[in-house]
Design a protein around this ligand. Structure first.
Ligand SMILES: *Cc1c(COP(=O)(O)O)cnc(C)c1O
Length: 386
């Protein structure tokens, strides 16, 4: 279907769908077969084989994903980490250097700090909110700038326009993790980024029941990533791909609900006397609110907060909540709460966590699609109990 003519709500439902579908089916089936007959002379990467990410269910999903980000092409991966690791391995080689945001998702941070040196790849963490610090971090070997649309768990929004301008001037590739914003709230390719990836485990699937990732961009770059993926082996199984395509159909509805819940909860918590701080870019008090408003169509369903009082306060607060589950991860229909210092950022040293503001009492919330009024009541009730 022609991508530009339709809005995200319509694309989420119809993009990639075959018309007519196989046997006239409205729902695209699962092609579980690992292998297909091959015409003589077919290029290796075009052989239809499951690990080569070329079978009908995989190609169907790629078309659907690409439309969401207005990308020429997409490739699905077995996880979000497979997406970022494969993309980095296809863009960088031994001796290359990259700039990376200094508050990356824990897994991406650990990938760099624990494996880049062994691969001969160097990196420098830079503050993506402070353009004045970037130039000094450049080296003759710098190839790439890696950032996230909304950082975890303080919900900072980097200077994305400035990053694209800087990278163009300095001839760097730009790669962005758009998981927290989702394509509903931000489309990095339209803003000038070269390559986007998602943990599709989160909003894209939206039901906390599969692990997947994807990389999106120009046909040429995505083909390069797919070839690397074909060699390293992080293909997505068609069963999970089917569930992901099904989840995507309601993406716009779910993210809009999460945006509304995030804003309602952030506003309610911000004026509560027991709450010391709320981190949500939709609040006028957030340090990135002005440029976030320009960049994003919605501020998302992720927020974090600090309570007044001792360390036990956060624990008592979590125990008193009735609607959310206390669990890591995010982007599902159910609201989740977690303390990042003990989960996503447990791999950082205490000193690094303190420097980044990820103190023990920080609570992160992933808003689901429940009624905003129920969430606000539940959070207010739990605050009463601490
Ligand atoms: C979860 C997550 C990842 C990693 O994705 P997996 O699907 O768990 O491998 C990467 N980036 C962000 C922002 C995430 O939230």
């Amino acid at each position: 279907m022609e991508q530009q003519r339709y809005r995200i709500e319509t694309l989420a439902v119809h993009s990639g769908e075959r018309r007519p579908g196989p046997e006239g089916s409205v729902v695209y089936p699962i092609y579980q077969g690992t292998v297909y007959t091959v015409p003589a002379g077919t290029d290796y990467h075009d052989i239809r084989y499951i690990r080569l990410n070329s079978t009908p269910s995989q190609v169907f999903l790629h078309d659907k994903l690409a439309a969401l980000e207005g990308a020429e092409a997409a490739v699905a991966t077995s996880s979000g980490m497979a997406a970022v690791s494969t993309a980095l391995l296809s863009l960088l080689k031994q001796g290359d250097h990259l700039l990376a945001g200094d508050c990356l998702y824990g897994g991406t941070h650990d990938l760099l700090t624990q494996h880049a040196a062994d691969l001969g790849i160097e990196y420098t963490f830079v503050d993506p909110q402070r353009p004045e610090g970037w130039k000094a971090a450049l080296r003759p070997t710098t190839k790439l700038f890696l950032v996230e649309t909304i950082t975890n768990p303080l919900m900072r929004v980097p200077r994305l326009r400035e990053i694209v301008d800087f990278a163009r001037r300095e001839r760097l590739l730009t790669m962005i993790d758009n998981t927290f914003a989702s394509p509903v709230n931000f489309n990095p390719l339209a803003a000038g980024f070269d390559l986007v990836f998602h943990s599709a485990t989160k909003y894209l699937n939206g039901h906390s029941d599969l692990v997947a990732g994807c990389v999106l961009g120009s046909r040429e770059r995505v083909e390069k990533v797919r070839h690397t993926l074909n060699h390293f082996g992080g293909a997505l199984d068609p069963h999970a791909g089917y569930l992901l395509a099904r989840g995507i159909k309601t993406l716009a509805l779910r993210v809009r609900a999460a945006n509304e819940n995030g804003l309602a909860l952030a506003r309610a918590l911000a004026v509560h006397p027991k709450v010391k701080q709320v981190n949500y870019a939709g609040l006028e008090t957030h340090p990135d609110h002005a440029h976030a408003r320009e960049l994003l169509r919605g501020f998302g369903g992720m927020l974090s907060l600090r309570l007044h009082g001792d360390n036990g306060a956060a624990e008592r607060f979590l125990a008193a909540l009735r609607i959310p589950f206390v669990a890591p991860s995010l982007g599902g229909v159910e609201t989740l709460v977690i303390r990042p210092a003990f989960s996503s950022h447990a791999g950082l040293s205490r000193a690094d966590r303190e420097r980044l503001g990820i103190t023990d009492e920080l609570v992160r919330v992933s808003c689901g699609v429940e009624a905003a009024a129920d969430l606000v009541e539940d959070f207010n009730g739990a605050l009463q109990a601490v």
